[in-house]
Write a protein that binds this ligand. Structure first.
Ligand code: URA
Ligand code: URA
Length: 200
């Protein structure tokens, strides 16, 4: 859009009428994403689920409620972060979105990232992690590490909260235990990005 810089609300308007891929045929609502723009911290999930498709809001079903609690456990308020997904429409039966669907939606996600201007992006689970980092190692190998990405942004993969719902153990080394370590690392990274230690 040469000569035209849309606001995040302009972008939402465009995305709400998107028909670029077949997911648009079965959706109830487009789930664009929500949160302040700009803001420092952005969370990217896979795709809307059933409750998201019904309400038009990201991460509001069971996995979303767990995500909200994970944030609150380190004093991050959900309202201060931007939350969205790689694709904005629910795949039938919650299947993983295809490469074609993610590619069709990428213009929207990349424009969102450009408007949110995060310092740190947390990718939730394999799908957004693989899509943004362009590598295929499993989430177990990638989670809990900071990866430099475009524009000085860092990417920090974490487990998907749906995976934590299926693996409720909190024992040392369990996915929930590691997620607790990970969200503390996110909190610390945010603090240091806000007040960088002066190099003398
Ligand atoms: N799972 C996701 O990946 N995204 C949502 O918005 C909800 C559940
Ligand atoms: N598979 C995923 O996509 N995400 C997880 O967090 C775990 C397994």
């Amino acid at each position: 859009m040469p000569g035209f810089s849309p606001s995040i609300e302009d972008l939402r308007e465009r995305v709400l009428s998107c028909r670029r891929c077949p997911l648009s045929e079965n959706r109830t609502q487009v789930v664009f994403g929500e949160g302040p723009a700009p803001t420092e911290l952005m969370f990217i999930g896979e795709a809307p689920g059933e409750v998201e498709d019904e309400t038009g809001r990201p991460f509001v079903g069971p996995a979303g409620q767990l995500l909200t609690r994970i944030l609150e456990s380190v004093g991050i308020r959900r309202e201060e972060v931007y939350i969205t997904n790689v694709v904005k429409c629910r795949p039938p039966g919650n299947r993983v979105p295809t490469k074609e669907e993610m590619a069709a939606c990428w213009e929207w996600l990349s424009a969102q990232i450009g408007l949110v201007r995060p310092k740190l992006i947390v990718t939730l689970g394999n799908t957004p992690t693989h899509w943004l980092l362009g590598r295929n190692d499993g989430i177990n190998a990638l989670r809990g590490r900071f990866f430099p990405w475009k524009g000085g942004i860092e990417i920090f993969p974490m487990f998907h909260p749906s995976y934590l719902l299926r693996n409720p153990s909190k024992a040392k080394g369990s996915p929930k235990y590691l997620t607790w370590e990970d969200i503390k690392a996110v909190k610390e990274r945010l603090s240091s990005l806000r007040s960088p230690t002066p190099a003398n």
